[in-house]
Write a protein that binds this ligand. Structure first.
Ligand code: SAH
Ligand code: SF4
Ligand code: F3S
Length: 486
């Protein structure tokens, strides 16, 4: 899938300067490749890289582009636990603990880099915050190259500059540019793929840093998305997950209404693709036409991630979520009327500034009413530059931890109960490969997104298998030996 053609997204209007810049990316890759060929001839060695990726699927996808560029430039990937010439970090700043982890991991490489003459490249969301880039510059001398989320395509030029001058190169764009198509890519799996459809976010939830570090919404052209998925199908991919901070606003920046629903109908027609997923849907924008598309498109999986964040209207308003608990519950009813077996998952924040015991009870109540298959639960973490950062935290830390614990207990209990309905049933599993915890088992996902482990002879990665479930817990299902059918 490697490809070094780069072009700007024409439907957004041409930007000469940007187009020229992006065309350069391929040229810089060639220049670095030449340096590496010379190095290999001289030393008999191939230069290596290692990737350390934090955060959400957007970062996973960006890491595949970075890996694609490095492969194109002649670097070889080594596993995370082995030393490499270039250590690339793709960072996340959505909560403080995500940032602390990154500082820890980068710091831990300082001796190794000094000893081996290797370097750290830091990229991703954290770098878009000026105070972070400053701290990295001042604290970690072994970080030689820094770029942000908006100028990933410039990495080859920055790397070339570093390799030829030995200098540290820090370049971060403070604003998003046009969407760039056809960057090289090294996908982490063949049978499954992330496909970006819209970048950035316009919603500005008051707790969230994402709009500040990922910029405003920019959609890819529908033809570009479809062309990518067709190429993926031809390459053996069976499942695509469409990515956007809010996929429901896909096309809004072109002035198109309901383009996301239309995209689903078009993907339905692509031979070879068996499953379609998407994330994330904002409850304020999930339309009836999208519900209809989900119902009518057989490839769209019976799973929806629909973050509600908080169950109290007062807190939802302070979060700037632009919906009420009543709207959310009504939406869930409409979705379940259309697709009765749908599995719902969600994100929930506990301890938002001003959240009282009563507000928290509203959150628990909503969890009990909806009965989610799974939930990602977070303790609120103040983020610099967001409105909520300045809002007073009225509750002591212990009270918030206690709420968090209760929420996790309630949700685990519900997930365990819901899992029981799988026992004795046969489910379709797309196999991801040997289980991480027990290599004798194969591991994969149901259409509803449940993790299934089952015994099998040989490696069934990428196969669609019918598995009878013998035991079901909150977090994974255990199956009998699978019967593969494709
Ligand atoms: N665009 C997606 C996901 C954004 S980040 C959405 O709108 O749902 C993923 C999740 O992290 C959010 O849904 C939210 O639950 C959580 N999150 C974001 N900012 C946070 C913060 N400051 N503290 C705690 N959790 C946060
Ligand atoms: Fe953050 Fe809200 Fe945008 Fe999601 S919709 S990325 S939570 S601002
Ligand atoms: Fe983190 Fe950036 Fe995603 S802040 S959650 S990696 S968009």
């Amino acid at each position: 899938m490697d490809n070094n053609r780069v072009r700007a997204n024409e439907s957004c209007g041409q930007d000469e300067d940007f187009l020229a810049r992006s065309m350069e990316s391929a040229d810089w890759m060639e220049q670095v490749r030449n340096l590496n060929t010379e190095y290999a001839l001289r030393t008999g060695k191939v230069r290596t890289y290692r990737l350390d990726v934090f955060g959400c699927q957007m970062n996973e996808r960006d890491a595949e582009t970075i890996a694609g560029m490095l492969t194109n430039m002649g670097y070889e990937q080594v596993p995370e636990d082995q030393p490499a010439d270039i250590n690339v970090f793709v960072t996340c700043c959505v909560r403080e603990n995500a940032e602390e982890k990154v500082y820890g991991h980068i710091g831990a490489l300082s001796r190794e880099c000094e000893k081996r003459g290797s370097i750290v490249v830091a990229s991703g969301c954290m770098m878009q915050q000026p105070h972070v880039a400053e701290r990295i510059k001042n604290t970690f001398r072994h970080v030689k190259i820094v770029f942000g989320t908006h100028n990933i395509h410039e990495f080859p030029r920055l790397l070339h500059q570093h390799l030829t001058s030995g200098k540290r190169v820090f370049e971060i764009w403070d604003k998003e540019g046009r969407v760039i198509e056809d960057m090289p890519i090294k996908r982490s799996q063949r049978h499954k793929a992330w496909v970006n459809i819209v970048f950035g976010c316009n919603n500005f939830c008051t707790y969230c840093i994402v709009p500040y570090v990922r910029g405003r919404e920019r959609s890819r052209r529908k033809e570009d998305v479809l062309a990518e998925i067709r190429a993926l199908a031809a390459d053996g991919c069976r499942e695509v997950t469409l990515l956007g901070q809010n996929v429901n606003s896909y096309g809004n920046d072109f002035g198109e209404k309901d383009l996301f629903a239309r995209l689903l109908y078009d993907i339905e027609e692509i031979d070879g693709i068996d499953r379609v997923r998407f994330t994330t849907s904002h409850p304020k924008d999930l339309s009836d036409s999208l519900i209809r598309a989900m119902k009518e498109c057989g490839k769209v999986c019976e799973h929806l991630h629909l973050p509600f964040q908080a169950g109290s209207n007062r807190i939802l308003e302070r979060m700037n979520r632009k919906y009420t608990r009543e709207h959310y519950l009504d939406l869930v009813d409409r979705i379940r009327d259309a697709i009765p077996d749908i599995a719902l998952s969600t994100d929930i924040i506990v301890g938002f500034p001003g959240e009282t015991g009563e507000d928290f009870e509203d959150t628990l109540d909503l969890v009990r009413r909806v009965r989610f298959d799974s939930a990602y639960t977070f303790i609120y973490s103040p983020r610099r530059g967001t409105p909520a950062e300045k809002w007073e935290q009225t509750e002591p830390h212990e009270v918030i931890s206690e709420r968090f614990k209760r929420l996790v207990e309630v949700q685990t209990e519900i997930a365990t109960q819901l899992a029981k309905k799988y026992e004795g049933k046969t489910v379709e599993v797309l196999v991801d490969g040997p289980s991480k915890t027990n290599p004798e088992m194969q591991s994969g996902r149901t259409r509803t997104g449940r993790l299934v482990n089952f015994r099998a002879e040989g490696d069934l990665t990428g196969r669609m298998v019918d598995v009878e479930i013998i035991r079901a817990g909150a977090f994974w299902l255990e199956g009998k030996e699978g019967v593969h059918r494709g």
